[in-house]
Ligand binder design. Structure first.
Ligand code: GCW
Length: 799
């Protein structure tokens, strides 16, 4: 079995996307070439494929599992039986089954995870998740009832249970979607799934909303290209100004995402231009084709919509959310969407943000706008994701009273309690904009009576644009586990807590208890993950495109993988997730190759921070495309992103006492901890404080020496990455690039020279990373040396 559906060799390759900076060539490979298998190569299914596997149950996604098992067993010599309902299952090494009423020979089904919400406790057993007739909003106990797990609102219990007895494994789920996740769980473990002592484990996602947003344009945008902030070629959905005819690449993508636990995808850019607005109207039959490609993998499709659509598409004279004609236009639009796509997810909206239209034009607020849309989608069980990324992008840089970091809080916190139950306010993780280091947004804790989602950025806009190897799992883990109750709460998270694991999770007979695994119960309610998992879920901007390796930099696949896995279990160790990705993606790699991968990726986030932007200063990037250093690039612009460096010091005073007051937006103890340079963590010092270059950090270094040291050290680390890859790149197993081209008949047409293998692609990117890191080091060090006049203690070269 191979991950990618076969391509039609006669198709004409699509057009390349435009790249804003042109530092590297467009990712190699024509878009219709068979893509790299990513973390699902055939070998990843060897352990399952060589066994006797039985599947029992009905439902669309059981069919998906059956097709996977059939392919795996055909490739690896095992056997596959599809059992009738009610038949015995004793002879198989692996049984994948929906729970049936008369299952005497199987462990009991997982207890309903809805015990707290209660809504699905009486679902018929063996229910397929295709029977989605639920209304998301209607299942909430009203605004503020955030103690339910969002997953259960999704129409299906996504949990599964794994038991192992004498090496035979049974995966059992109440719904077919859970069975799909259980199948991938076993695949991920490989032989380890079948080895070891007997056990019973229950697995459930922490949150039912695990989403990726694409910033894909239908028409190539003059400045932003086909994919806004996309670094992986063109769109897998759109080409030549329309939805692609061949969506096999979308199917392969859906399979990759499902294997990590993603269950929703918004397919178009939140900046909705004229052409893209029509996805909601003229293009619905084509959006339905995309939804059909995702459906077998348990993924529902959402659309970004323009708040001005009633005018631009509907010919009305207004898009005032309180105008009945506007509300009626949106109701009709929603009705048409669900008529075409019965499991459509809903709308994503960027309103009154960076020039996008919104309710402000009519003197209305965000709740007015969001609730009007929410009413339109509510009869269908739809959700409105309303983004909180709202700030003044026409600020006067001379105006020191305005602080962009405050903006989302100032706009949204006062609206808490006013949003409809099917509105999710989607909040970027930090108060600015996806920088390599920011404090966690205080908005996440400021709206207890609103459903809030966390928004992360898998696409590496500010973290190296998939030219730099930067594994972001550690950043996301830190954000997800940030606890608004204070830093000391961090340890409590892992402490055994009898209340944290409800007794109902233990299987009858209870040897199961020690092996129970249900992350939704382990999250402290005051942590970021704890708040969003029970409320609005987790969303991120995707980094995938039609690139042969999906993500431009092959190692950026690790980010897509880890993101999905963290949405399922935010407490997962990001280093262990990296191990998983390495093991799955490079199953035959020798120990030295694995070692090189870890040398490069383990601390790559921290390394990127060191050579770009230490101590919480952000935005020292080239304006527009955001790649490469430009210390003053944004300093005198209207975008509100300043560092205020002068000859004496650097940083933004965001204290309550003398600054913008931003630090006071946090609950205690964080407000006090951030307020004082004595207690503010070093890595955020310049975000909260303007300090002299000679200010001494907790580390014992001065700020200026820290700037010099981190930049020199950062580049040295990248040099070690290059050396590590050079040592092993020759011994990398053939990644099949030539073979993939050959199989689809492209070898002759495009020339094998155009097909860069993974080892070369990585080497090319690492060379660029070293060039760029060196540029960062020299520009930043030189800038601050010239400003401060303070020499490097170690006398290294600064210009
Ligand atoms: O980070 C900024 C990006 C914009 C993006 C915006 C947003 C889609 O530079 O390209 O627009 O954030 O999140 O809306």
């Amino acid at each position: 079995m191979n991950s990618a559906p076969r391509r039609n060799p006669d198709r004409i390759p699509g057009s390349a996307s435009s790249s804003s900076d042109g530092a590297l060539s467009r990712p190699a490979g024509p878009p219709d070439a068979e893509p790299h298998a990513a973390w699902l190569p055939e070998a990843a299914f060897a352990a399952i494929g060589r066994r006797r596997v039985a599947i029992r149950g009905d439902g669309a996604l059981v069919g998906t599992v059956a097709a996977e098992v059939a392919a795996a067993t055909a490739a690896h010599g095992g056997s596959f039986t599809r059992l009738e309902s009610g038949s015995g299952v004793s002879d198989a090494d692996l049984v994948l089954t929906l729970t049936e009423d008369d299952d005497a020979d199987l462990p009991s089904p997982p207890p309903p995870t809805t015990s707290r919400a209660g809504d699905h406790a009486n679902l018929p057993r063996g229910r397929a998740s295709t029977e989605r007739n639920d209304v998301v909003g209607a299942q909430r106990g009203g605004v503020g009832a955030q103690d339910d797990v969002v997953g259960e609102q999704d129409g299906g219990d996504e949990s599964f249970r794994v038991s192992r007895e004498d090496g035979a494994v049974v995966v059992e789920a109440a719904c077919d979607q859970g069975l799909l996740y259980g199948f991938f769980h076993v695949a991920r473990l490989g032989e380890a799934a079948f080895d070891g002592p007997d056990l019973v484990e229950r697995h459930a996602p922490a949150s039912g909303l695990r989403m990726l947003d694409h910033w894909d344009n239908v028409a190539v945008h003059a400045v932003m290209g086909q994919v806004e902030r996309g670094y992986a070629g063109g769109s897998i959905f759109f080409a030549d100004g329309k939805v692609r005819a061949d969506l096999s690449r979308v199917e392969a993508y859906a399979r990759l995402l499902a294997s990590t636990g993603i269950n929703r995808v918004a397919i178009n850019n939140v900046n909705v231009h004229a052409r893209e607005a029509r996805l909601l109207t003229d293009d619905l039959p084509h959006v339905a084709r995309i939804a059909a490609a995702f459906r077998p993998w348990g993924i529902r499709v959402h659309l970004s919509v323009s708040f001005a659509a009633p005018m631009t598409l509907g010919g009305l004279g207004t898009s005032d959310p309180l105008d009945p004609a506007v509300a009626s236009w949106w109701r009709d639009a929603a009705d048409r969407a669900w008529a075409e796509i019965p499991d459509f997810g809903g709308f994503v909206v960027k309103a009154d943000s960076e020039g996008q239209p919104g309710p402000f034009a009519y003197g209305r607020d965000h709740a007015d706008g969001a609730n009007m849309l929410a009413a339109a989608v509510a009869p269908h069980g739809g959700i409105v994701h309303w983004r909180a990324f709202v700030y003044d992008h026409r600020q006067d840089w001379r105006d020191r009273s305005t602080d962009r970091a405050r903006a989302a809080h100032d706009h949204f916190a006062p609206l808490d309690g006013r949003f409809a139950e099917n509105v999710i306010v989607q909040v970027k993780y930090g108060p600015m904009d996806f920088q390599v280091r920011e404090p966690v947004s205080p908005v996440i804790a400021a709206m207890p009576d609103t459903r809030v989602a966390l928004e992360l950025q898998v696409t590496q806009e500010y973290t190296g644009q998939q030219k730099h190897a930067v594994y972001l799992g550690r950043q996301w883990s830190e954000i997800l586990n940030f606890d608004f109750a204070g830093p000391d709460r961090d340890d409590a998270r892992h402490a055994p807590d009898s209340d944290a694991t409800p007794k109902s999770d233990a299987a009858p007979g209870s040897d199961a208890a020690p092996n129970s695994a249900d992350p939704s119960h382990a999250l402290p309610p005051t942590s970021v993950a704890g708040i969003v998992a029970r409320s609005g879920g987790i969303v991120a901007v995707s980094n995938a495109g039609d690139d042969e390796f999906w993500t431009g930099h092959p190692f950026a696949q690790a980010n897509l993988y880890a993101y999905g896995r963290l949405t399922w279990d935010p407490t997962a160790d990001p280093d262990a997730l990296l191990d998983e990705w390495v093991a799955l993606t490079f199953p035959d790699a020798a120990a030295d190759v694995v070692h090189a991968l870890h040398t490069i990726l383990d601390e790559s986030w921290e390394t990127y921070e060191r050579y770009t932007s230490p101590l919480g200063v952000g935005f020292m990037v080239r304006p527009g495309h955001h790649y490469g250093p430009d210390v003053d690039g944004y300093e005198y612009t209207p975008w509100g992103t300043y560092h205020f460096a002068d000859r004496d010091g650097i940083g933004v005073d965001r204290t309550v006492a003398t600054g913008t007051g931003y630090a006071g937006l946090y609950p205690e103890p964080w407000a006090s901890l951030y307020e004082s340079p004595a207690t503010c963590p070093d890595e955020l010092l310049l975000f909260f404080h303007h300090v002299p270059y000679t200010h001494v950090l907790h580390s014992g270094k001065t700020v200026i020496q820290h700037i010099y040291d981190t930049h020199f050290d950062g580049v040295e680390r990248v040099e070690s990455f290059v050396a590590a890859w050079d040592r092993v790149r020759g011994s990398l197993p053939d990644d099949g690039a030539a073979d993939r081209a050959d199989r689809v008949g492209l070898a002759d047409r495009v020339g094998l020279a155009d097909r860069v293998g993974l080892a070369d692609r990585v080497a090319e990117r690492l060379a660029e990373q070293l060039r760029s890191a060196t540029e960062w080091r020299d520009q930043v060090n030189t800038y601050f040396y010239r400003k401060s006049g303070v020499p490097d203690e170690r006398g290294r070269t600064i210009y």
